[in-house]
Design a protein around this ligand. Structure first.
Ligand SMILES: [Cu+2]
Length: 228
């Protein structure tokens, strides 16, 4: 029994993941942590479990050396290393770097984030890939809204693992932030703007959620997706 338990725990640790590379125009970056800020879990792969922690912002250990160029309206991908091995929603946020600020050192604190994508549950609900379209994927994609103004942004990807979310603090959040420069943007006014931490509460129905008995609805946490 002890061996079985140990194997189960080891398997769980290996099953964690992180998002270390961008995919631009279908091309993954050559190396990890180039345009993506290195996260504290780059070795452990552990998720964030306190939504009130500043780690909810970028889970950052150090800044990124590069800023990737992405055209508004294009698809931006994040590689999941080695895959999104837990079921739950995957969401994307952007924050505009203020004029005059250095993107490589800017801390995206306060109400600066707007949601640009949510890959969430497709009914009927369960714990399968049919319910959760991002589950087991080796990369996840979002479209940079065509109306977003040109400029420098952080793009934050998060995967909310729900397999232990039946108790408060049980949801595991795997996230990272990429540095991009949007070209050919529009004149939209992105919003609503929210803060990390702050946007989520541990008791949000999208974070405190049990997959058994099988529920009929799932609502991902955070604001509505800004569609421009
Ligand atoms: Cu895990």
């Amino acid at each position: 029994m002890k061996l079985l338990t140990l194997l189960a725990l080891t398997g769980a640790a290996q099953a964690h993941y992180h998002f270390p590379r961008l995919i631009i125009n279908g091309e993954p970056e050559a190396t990890d942590w180039t345009s993506v800020r290195m996260t504290k879990n780059y070795q452990s792969n552990a998720g964030v479990t306190s939504v009130s922690s500043p780690d909810m912002r970028c889970y950052q250990m150090r800044g990124a050396s590069n800023t990737a160029t992405v055209a508004a309206g294009d698809v931006l991908g994040f590689v999941a290393a080695s895959a999104v091995t837990h079921f739950g929603p995957v969401q994307f946020y952007m924050a505009k770097v203020p004029e005059g600020a250095d993107i490589s050192t800017w801390d995206p604190a306060g109400n600066v984030w707007f949601k640009i994508g949510s890959i969430t549950a497709v009914p009927p609900l369960g714990s399968s890939e049919a319910t959760w379209p991002a589950y087991n994927k080796k990369s996840v994609n979002v479209t940079i809204p065509a109306a977003v103004p040109s400029g420098k942004y952080l793009v934050r990807v998060e995967s909310i693992a729900l397999h232990q979310a039946q108790s408060v603090g049980g949801a595991q959040i795997y996230l990272s932030c990429a540095q991009i420069e949007v070209t050919g943007g529009g004149n939209g006014k992105p919003g609503p703007l929210v803060a990390f931490p702050g946007a989520y509460q541990a008791s949000d129905p999208g974070l405190l959620w049990s997959y058994y008995p099988v529920p009929t609805t799932y609502t991902a946490p955070g604001p509505a997706v800004w569609t421009g």
